[in-house]
Design a protein around this ligand. Structure first.
Ligand code: SF4
Length: 298
């Protein structure tokens, strides 16, 4: 029997953003070990929330001193997700990236990391009202076959259940800016999570929440029919992917985002072994905001 390809939401999204990047990463298997402050910070804060909500599920008191110690000193990952990997805490991150980076104000949020961390610390200490919604799972692993074409797999940050037995999916985001209304119309990540819940609990969630943990805001997917639209969108992406694979043609989509792509010469933080693997990158940098490309794709 033919083995189905395995896809996560991130790999699907990478294909949508740039088929060439998807090909270099997942078909040619060029892995990059590049680390960045925003990624590492997101990991340790996710972990702290996971510990807090796991305690609530297990009906244990939340030990905030222990939690703050994890955030400050880091912790080894014990779950299936990156098992054995050490997640740096704030102490190690300040040493690694420099304290100045925590003081720099980013243009999108108008806040520095130190200010965002103040928001997070206030937020994580809030009591959780479980009278309506109770957490029932954290870092929930999932895997399901989508229309006999691919296996979607991943982890859901948190699943809550209300007194009527209905489900809510929560995804923590440590980004610098809120989603626009357009981003929230058909978020494919939530479509995949909805289908995963159908597989695990045999029910589709009634609420989808993005918890913007560094901005102190929660955003919801409220658009009607988002699931049906999302499924159609995924079908179309998978058809396009199959086509690219069949003809071995992966068109690059150069944009300012190339600056953060591990295969671009313009990315200052990428590893030497992935840097420059794509020749079609956009020449945009924060210092020179041009949309010119290094080379046209023929
Ligand atoms: S550098 Fe740009 S065009 Fe090239 S793979 Fe990365 S995102 Fe795509």
């Amino acid at each position: 029997m033919k083995e189905l390809p395995r896809l996560s939401y991130s790999s699907l999204n990478m294909f949508v953003q740039c088929p060439m990047r998807y090909k270099l990463r997942y078909i040619d298997d060029n892995k990059s070990a590049t680390e960045a402050l925003h990624l590492e910070l997101g990991n340790i804060l996710h972990k702290a929330l996971e510990i807090k909500y796991r305690n609530i599920i297990d009906e244990k008191d939340v030990n905030y001193n222990e939690l703050f110690n994890v955030i400050e000193m880091g912790v080894a990952e014990e779950t299936e997700k990156d098992k054995g990997k050490f997640l740096n805490g704030l102490k190690q991150l300040r040493e690694k990236y420099g304290n100045e980076l925590f003081e720099e104000v980013d243009a999108k949020s108008g806040l520095s990391y130190n200010e965002k961390l103040d928001i997070f610390f206030e937020y994580i200490q809030e009591d959780v009202d479980t009278s309506e919604w109770k957490p029932i799972a954290v870092e929930m692993p999932f895997e399901f076959v989508f229309e006999d074409k691919v296996i979607f797999h991943g982890f859901i940050d948190r699943i809550d259940q209300n007194t009527n037995g209905e489900l809510r999916v929560v995804d923590y985001k440590s980004s610098n800016k809120l989603f626009s209304d357009k981003d929230l119309t058909t978020p494919l990540q939530m479509v995949i999570y909805a289908l995963a819940c159908k597989e695990i609990y045999n029910k589709i969630p009634v609420e989808y929440q993005y918890d913007m943990i560094l901005l102190g805001e929660k955003q919801y997917v409220t658009s009607k029919g988002f699931l049906e639209r999302g499924i159609k969108k995924i079908q179309k992406i998978l058809d396009d992917m199959e086509w690219c694979l069949a003809i071995d043609e992966w068109i690059p989509k150069p944009s300012p985002l190339c600056y953060w792509c591990e295969f671009s010469e313009t990315n200052p933080n990428t590893e030497w072994y992935t840097k420059g693997l794509c020749e079609y990158y956009c020449l945009w940098t924060p210092e020179s905001r041009t949309f010119k490309k290094n080379k046209e794709y023929m």
